[in-house]
Design a protein. Structure first.
Length: 266
């Protein structure tokens, strides 16, 4: 409920609603923070348990995979198990509802995510993934796609097979790897082009649950700003991003349903 927020935050939500209600084109970038309320830890939270001594930057690289593919696979299998039973939260649901509503109100709402989970899809959104897909695999040498393993396949015993034994590509014998964009690798061309176009041409850019530290995704808000867009940030720990016009310093699962309720009833 809007009335439960602090007065200063209510004023910012009202400002954001006004801006969004009259914006023909909105571009939204989500990061790990939007899935935090679904129970998926963010990258810059301390990792727990088995992986607490590792940083994402030390595991999510082609060099780490070349050095120790079993270790990298174990981390991804752990992450797959962690994510497998997670469900969209009210922030994912609100975004899907907004996109649905936008079809009839002729507002363009482009949703881009850095997340490799599929919670936006589960909520019913149309989403562009910049960093790949946690459930996909491809050959580390010839790039042959091995997408046939469904999300469910990794829920149970078959999850372990990757930990115990590396799987080789049937074409070139290279090791199969997760289909994720690792540090130092290029983003998928089509996804990045669509994201750049949406950011450059939007009236309002919303950054939700991202530390805005990882490039090139973090460039998108700058591109939007350079082209005259207003920038809204939703994050309980606002980033030091100086180009933000409206800061909504609360959890995405609190702000997004309120915002979307206001926008869709106008
Ligand atoms: P980070 O882990 O860097 O940042 C998560 C952000 O979410 C932080 O700024 C938190 O304050 C914020 N946050 C936490 N809970 C939130 C909530 N309930 N609502 C809203 N915000 C919340 O995650 P990303 O910015 O997504 O890349 O990280 C970018 C990339 O770095 C990831 O895609 C990943 C990682 O290494 C690859 O895997 C290639």
């Amino acid at each position: 409920m809007l009335a439960e927020l602090l007065p200063a935050l209510i004023a910012e939500v009202e400002l954001a609603t006004k801006l969004l209600a009259s914006a023909p084109r909105v571009c939204i970038l989500t990061g790990a923070g939007i899935s935090a309320e679904s129970g998926i830890p963010t990258f810059r939270d301390n990792q727990t348990g088995l992986w607490e001594n590792y940083r994402a930057e030390d595991l999510a690289t082609p060099e780490a995979f070349a050095r120790d593919p079993e270790l990298v696979w174990s981390w991804y299998q752990w992450r797959r198990q962690l994510v497998a039973d997670k469900k969209p939260n009210p922030a994912h649901d609100a975004l899907a509802q907004w996109q649905y509503h936008a079809q009839s109100s002729h507002q363009q709402v482009t949703l881009i995510t850095q997340n490799v989970d599929d919670l936006h899809e589960q909520a019913g959104s149309d989403v562009i993934h910049l960093h790949g897909n946690l459930w996909g695999n491809r050959c580390s040498q010839c790039d042959t796609s091995y997408q046939n393993q469904s999300r469910r396949t990794f829920d149970s015993a078959s999850t372990l097979s990757f930990d115990e034994e590396l799987i080789n590509c049937s074409r070139c014998d290279g090791y199969i790897r997760p289909d994720i964009v690792w540090f130092g690798e290029a983003l998928p061309v089509q996804a990045w082009q669509t994201a750049e176009e949406a950011a450059a041409n939007c009236d309002v850019f919303i950054s939700i649950g991202t530390s805005s530290l990882v490039y090139p995704a973090a460039e998108l808000s700058q591109l939007a700003k350079q082209n005259g867009a207003k920038i809204i940030e939703i994050n309980p720990s606002p980033t030091p991003n100086t180009i933000v016009d409206i800061t909504l310093a609360e959890k995405a699962g609190v702000i997004m349903p309120l915002l979307v309720e206001q926008i869709t009833k106008l």
